[in-house]
Design a protein around this ligand. Structure first.
Ligand SMILES: Nc1ncnc2c1ncn2[C@@H]1O[C@H](COP(=O)(O)OP(=O)(O)OP(=O)(O)O)[C@@H](O)[C@H]1O
Ligand SMILES: [Mg+2]
Length: 269
């Protein structure tokens, strides 16, 4: 790999006794597609927080586009090209879809006037939301909210797109539509790191799969090989790996009993 777009160098993060990242190192190249899986509460969303600047690591260094960004605030990292979606979509409900995208382009992407309008229109088109441009975000259903979440990240014109469970709760045809959108984004050169429990959404898109568990990467490599790795099966997939390798419809195991938080209701860090 030539000079990586994103580098994590021995990044460590703990919440009390919960280890989110234990000297995690990772390099992601420009235009690369990486899927991240792992059990509930493994720290996947927190990993995005560390990359995007919502969370500060306890130790280690984060580099993006050949710059050390470890201490850079989230807004500045977004302007550098790190765009992210949130597991629970958080649009400005009383603003229209287009207004949400304009805010993302201007405040997130640092774009001005015509450039921001062009970015907002581009994201609208890319996500197939032109028909909803003037609809207040609070009136959107789940699929459209997920699309808007993706469009908001795209309106910032990222070179690295972080997707946090954008396929959760969608039907198979809706997942297929989402996969096409993400493929299109990647085809234009944007690197994608996609956290997803819906593994069937990941496999058509990513060339590399990583499993995060216990603050460490348990597997990292070609998706089928990672899904077949006994260590990954142990922490994440259980016996359902067979379905994935057969190209079947695979969902990750349900939330840990007692977790108490339904998909789509989690608070974000
Ligand atoms: N700000 C915080 N303060 C304290 N603990 C936190 C904080 N954010 C997350 N945690 C804890 O860290 C662990 C990892 O949370 P995180 O949301 O990153 O997991 P996840 O892998 O994204 O889980 P899921 O698959 O359910 O979305 C959980 O035990 C969570 O309760
Ligand atoms: Mg999460």
């Amino acid at each position: 790999m030539s000079s990586p777009l994103l580098e994590l160098d021995r990044v460590t993060k703990r919440f009390g006794r919960v280890v989110i990242a234990e000297e995690l190192s990772l390099a992601v190249g420009a235009g690369e597609t990486v899927g991240i899986v792992g059990p509930n509460g493994a720290g996947k969303t927190s990993l995005f927080g560390l990359i995007s600047g919502d969370l500060a690591p306890g130790a280690g260094e984060i580099r993006f586009a050949a710059r050390t960004v470890t201490k850079l605030e989230a807004a500045a990292r977004c302007r550098l090209g790190i765009g992210r979606t949130y597991q629970v979509p958080r649009p400005f409900g009383d603003m229209t879809v287009f207004e949400n995208l304009l805010v993302a382009a201007q405040q997130g992407g640092g774009l001005r006037r015509r450039a921001s309008y062009a970015a907002a229109v581009g994201a609208l088109d890319q996500c197939g939301m032109s028909g909803q441009a003037n609809v207040p975000a609070e009136r959107l259903g789940l699929l459209q909210r997920k699309r808007l979440e993706l469009a908001r990240a795209l309106a910032t014109q990222p070179t690295l797109l972080l997707l946090d469970e954008v396929a959760g709760g969608l039907t198979d045809p809706e997942v297929a539509q989402l996969v096409e959108i993400v493929r299109g984004v990647n085809a234009e050169g944007t690197a994608v790191i996609w956290i997803e429990h819906v593994v069937r959404a990941l496999t058509p898109v990513v060339s590399r799969l990583i499993c995060l568990a216990g603050g460490r990467f348990v597997g990292d490599g070609e998706p089928a090989a990672v899904l077949a790795d006994p260590a990954v099966r142990e922490v994440f997939l259980g016996t359902e790996v067979t379905a994935a390798l057969a190209g079947g419809s695979l969902e990750a195991p349900p939330a840990v009993p007692g977790d108490g938080v339904a998909d789509g209701e989690r608070s974000e860090q």
